[in-house]
Write a new protein. Structure first.
Length: 392
């Protein structure tokens, strides 16, 4: 039986339309889109159609997108490109300790170059404390950068409220929307931010391609100078990745038009958690507290802490038994350290050490989740039995 995919957005299942589009670029549409001959211009037309589909997914104009090598590059471009052009008096970056590693790394790089980086205080569940933001937001701030949804817990940040505050003071705001776009409706211009990054491999597109939306008038210095992308990013385009991304964006736009499937998936995720908690009552759901109003986390993420267990051991046992999951950020798995994001959320070491992330995709079925829950319960019990035996 194939493994149950609950790893890294479960997008190991590609969208067939994306595969077909990328294949076209590797066969019939092979030419360089910057070439002036007819075949090159044909490739250019395909790239521009893909850009339109990507822009349409976030209600933006195609010319306001810079196509990059992924979410990581888009985020570095947003942060480092903004700070490079900020007025001399503006040398502060406001961000959080729960950003994806790409945002934290870009901030660290800027700090090493003399930028004052402030990690905003967090409320329970890792949400930005807006009152604290108000005290830090002043004329010294060059950029605020916060993710829309957290990659490890799915926690949804109050980006509209942050955007309003930044707009009132004329401070640019970058939203890392890598986890949000393609899973939830997004309207970049209406959000009120200045910059928004996203990545098609989070919605069944290819890896190694991403995009940064830039509100017209936002100042940004390129990371790689060159003439492509309207002089904003040099380098010959990744045509297979871009065409695949465009096809994935079209499919995501269609899927997002109906809210019912994501509501069903959220319920299936909640049932999955209830089943596990009924059998293993000390299981901790690492997430912001539930509210009566709007959801506090994305429908696709379940981050569960099994106190006293080693996440790595549980991951390996689950992999043997046919469940693919991840510990902390997928990109940093392989490390035995607990996730810095969970630690920044004040989750105790004992829980953070034994926390796994289960991610649904739009193709995940309730039956898969029920089978996965049974396998997880059994694996946790097996590991606890063997550590009890060792302790005796
Ligand atoms: N930001 C978030 C919230 C992410 O989840 C990821 C990837 O997991 C990234 C940025 C980096 O995107 P990419 O993998 O396309 O470089």
């Amino acid at each position: 039986m194939p493994a149950i995919e609950l790893d890294n957005n479960a997008t190991t299942r590609p969208c067939q339309e994306a595969v077909a589009a990328a294949t076209l670029a590797l066969t019939a549409c092979w030419h360089n889109p910057s070439s002036v001959h007819r075949a090159g211009q044909d490739a250019r037309a395909h790239v521009e159609r893909a850009r339109q589909s990507l822009a349409h997914l976030i209600h933006a104009k195609p010319r306001d997108l810079i196509l990059t090598s992924g979410g990581t590059e888009a985020i570095h471009l947003a942060l480092r490109g903004s700070l490079a052009t900020a007025a001399p008096g503006r040398r502060t970056l406001l961000t959080t300790a729960v950003e994806h590693a790409s945002g934290r790394d870009a901030a660290q790089r800027l700090a090493s170059q003399g930028v004052r980086v402030i990690n905003l205080p967090l409320l329970p569940g890792g949400l930005v404390d807006l009152a604290a933001l108000d005290t830090h937001l002043d004329a010294s701030v060059a950029l605020v950068s916060v993710q829309w949804a957290n990659n490890e817990t799915g926690a949804i940040q109050p980006v509209h409220e942050i955007a309003r505050r930044c707009h009132a003071l004329g401070v640019p705001f970058h939203v890392d929307a890598v986890q949000w776009v393609g899973k939830m409706p997004a309207d970049a211009p209406a959000l009120g931010a200045s910059l928004l990054s996203f990545s098609p491999h989070k919605f069944h597109g290819p890896k190694g391609v991403g995009a940064l939306w830039v509100r017209p008038g936002t100042r940004l210095e390129p990371l790689f100078p060159g003439t492509q992308e309207l002089d904003r990013r040099g380098g010959t385009e990744n045509v297979p990745g871009i065409l695949g991304a465009g096809a994935a964006a079209l499919e995501a736009t269609r899927w997002l038009a109906d809210p019912a499937p994501r509501a069903l998936l959220a319920r299936a995720r909640d049932d999955f958690e209830s089943t596990i908690r009924a059998a293993l009552p000390d299981t901790v759901i690492n997430a912001p507290p539930a509210t009566d109003g709007s959801p506090t986390r994305l429908w696709n993420t379940s981050n569960l802490g099994f106190p006293g267990l080693e996440a790595e051991a549980l991951l390996l046992l689950l992999s043997e038994r046919g469940v693919h999951a991840s510990a902390g950020a997928a990109c940093s798995s392989g490390s035995l350290e607990p996730s810095p994001v969970l630690l920044a959320m004040n989750i105790p070491h004992r829980v953070a050490h034994g926390s796994l992330r289960f991610s649904l995709s739009r193709d995940t079925t309730p039956d898969e989740l029920a089978r996965a829950a049974a396998l997880i319960i059994d694996a946790v019990r097996t590991l606890r039995r063997s550590s009890d035996t060792l302790a005796r």
